[in-house]
Design a protein around this ligand. Structure first.
Ligand code: ADP
Ligand code: MG
Length: 563
């Protein structure tokens, strides 16, 4: 190459601009760094204001410890930090910041004013930088704490300005950063103003539910339940939504480690795993969970924006999160049962479905109503939305979820056959090949006898696959590959081996049952309801969801204002 240029060390201003790109990728990243600093300074009240999504102005005001006048210029030197001085400090970080890069990086690409005062100080100080150069430093009146105003962000890096997407998308990012921190630190008051309009504020009362109400509305807050667990030096605390209250994406799954909001796909996956089988496909829970670990067990130094972390005891952390969320979901389910049971006891007309997890109804005082009312004989008169069967009984109207009802029927049939020896197998005319992951292969190894008794004949086929020779014999034949895949996935994600039989049978029943969206004729619906009537627990599907809703005549009359 004839036009090759000599290798040179970059002038400091160019190097600073390049380094700034790592930390301050967009306005929201500057907001994030400034909040980190305020929290590290012990602030309990943080106000964020942004104009033009932060491109024109970002102002963060805190009531933290402030910076002494003689140190102020140092804060803007590269790698200048009050938080870390030795390598050992890095191993036991309790602060959000540690690299000493944020302020110099932001200052390198903006005009920045900082006004700060220590507690009890009469007069504080002001420093002004323009694109990395200190242009002024003087005493300045200020309440205790720090106020940083960043204007014309990326004014000297037009390229980066171009990369900023629409102002609205940026403003959303800024909002989402503030929400994340408010959830991570419910004990701190946050308020956010965008273009002069207050859009978010939290009370700083320490109550996660209050922050959820501020971010997602009171309806969401009502559906949240506490999660809490502590074991062998690890702890976690937070809230998760009931399985019935979900969102279209994972953006409301907030995870924090020692008060630091983190992105961690594995953690989010583990959390969702705990809901397994209880969320509709494509739906995701709301959650805000803070993991509290010894600082030496967490490495936050793997990402320029410090938003990813690595765990020393990852398996333990995952196990604890899974157990904690599963426990909470179980409590929710038990509480639902309680409510249903109480309703059945309270009102003479209620023959409402009573989901039951418990093998036997609790031996309470003799009650006028049995806890699980046998299902009366029903007269089916139609189907709505190709999803629900509408029927009437002596006590009123019943709406039956056709899929859940069929699941119950098939589960009971499979369970009975299993109990008596084994589920009859139906050989496939053409054996099907299924590719399996390591967890699924292990699940075959660990559940050989169970799978055989459930009616599956599986043969090893190459290294990561097996041949499906037979599946449980049920009048409807599902796609064998899907069926086996689902059953093995269920078995692979078991919380306890004792649940294996129920999970395998439930997964089989689920795959074989009629789906929502399938039109049934009257004869088929009647047959299904007849079969449901004969099951031991007609009111719930094997996953514990209700199979039907009952509207009594009394309820109907009330609705119509006749009572
Ligand atoms: P780091 O946070 O990694 O230490 P920064 O560049 O973000 O690096 O900040 C440099 C130093 O400036 C901090 O270590 C801290 O001493 C001081 N500082 C920055 N912001 C604040 C603030 N809001 N309140 C008090 N001190 C601050
Ligand atoms: Mg910092």
């Amino acid at each position: 190459m004839s036009d090759r240029r000599p290798i040179r060390i970059l002038p400091p201003d160019v190097a600073a601009k390049i380094a700034a790109g790592e930390v301050v990728e967009r306005p929201a990243s500057a907001v994030k760094e400034l909040i980190d600093n305020s929290l590290d300074a012990g602030a309990t009240d943080i106000t964020v204001e942004a104009r033009d999504a932060g491109l024109k102005l970002i102002r963060v005001t805190d009531n933290g410890c402030g910076i002494p006048a003689h140190d102020l210029h140092l804060a803007f030197d590269s790698h200048a930090t009050s938080k870390v001085s030795t390598l050992e400090d890095l191993e036991r970080l309790t602060t959000l910041g540690f690299r000493g890069e944020a302020l110099p990086s932001i200052a390198a690409v903006s005009r920045l004013d900082m006004v700060t005062a220590l507690e009890g100080e009469e007069v504080g100080s002001h420093i002004r930088l323009e694109y990395g150069e200190i242009v002024e430093q003087s005493p300045h009146a200020s309440p205790p704490g720090t106020r940083v105003a960043v204007s014309d962000l990326f004014g000297n890096v037009p390229v980066r300005r171009k990369f900023v997407r629409s102002l609205r998308a940026e403003a959303n990012q800024v909002r989402s950063i503030v929400v994340q921190y408010a959830l991570a630190r419910p004990d701190v008051r946050f308020s956010l103003t965008l273009d002069g309009v207050p859009v978010f504020h939290t009370p700083g009362s320490g109550d996660v539910r209050a922050v959820i109400a501020a971010a997602y509305g009171p309806e969401a807050a009502r559906h949240m339940h506490d999660v809490e667990m502590a074991e062998s030096g690890l702890a976690l605390r937070g809230m998760v939504s009931a399985p019935g209250f979900t969102r279209q994406n994972r953006s409301a799954i907030h995870l924090h480690v020692n008060g630091r909001p983190v992105q961690n796909r594995n953690l989010a996956f583990v959390l969702e795993e705990a809901y397994s089988g209880r969320l509709m496909t494509g739906r995701h829970p709301l959650a805000s969970v803070n993991l509290v670990l010894p600082p030496s067990d967490v490495d936050p130094n793997i990402h320029p924006a410090k938003s990813e972390v690595r765990f020393a005891r990852e398996r333990e952390v995952h196990g604890m999160l899974h157990r904690a969320v599963s426990d909470t979901l179980l409590q929710i389910r038990l509480a639902e049962i309680e409510i249903h049971s109480t309703a059945a006891l309270d009102s003479s007309d209620a023959v409402t479905s009573t989901p039951s997890l418990l093998d036997e109804p609790p031996a309470a005082e003799p009650s006028p109503q049995p806890l699980v009312p046998d299902l009366p004989v029903l007269r089916v008169f139609g189907q709505t939305n190709a999803e629900f069967i509408v029927a009437e009984g002596p006590q009123g109207l019943y709406m039956i979820d056709q899929h859940a009802a069929h699941e119950r029927v098939l589960f009971d049939r499979l369970d009975r056959q299993f109990e008596d020896g084994e589920v009859s197998a139906q050989p496939l005319l053409e054996p099907a090949t299924i590719e399996l992951d390591a967890a699924q292969l292990l699940a075959i190894e660990e559940n050989r006898e169970l799978l055989r008794r459930t009616g599956f004949v599986l043969e090893p086929f190459g290294s990561g696959a097996c041949l499906i020779r037979a599946i449980p014999a049920i009048d409807r034949t599902p796609h064998p590959v899907e069926l086996v895949g689902e059953v093995l996935t269920e078995l692979a994600s078991l919380p306890a081996p004792s649940a294996a039989r129920e999970r395998a049978l439930a997964a089989t029943a689920c795959k074989m049952a009629v789906k929502a969206g399938q039109t049934l004729d009257l004869q088929e619906m009647r047959e299904l309801v007849r079969q449901l009537e004969r099951t031991a627990r007609p009111a719930t599907c094997p996953h514990g969801r209700p199979t039907m809703i009952h509207l009594s005549h009394v309820q109907l009359e009330r609705e119509f204002g006749r009572r």
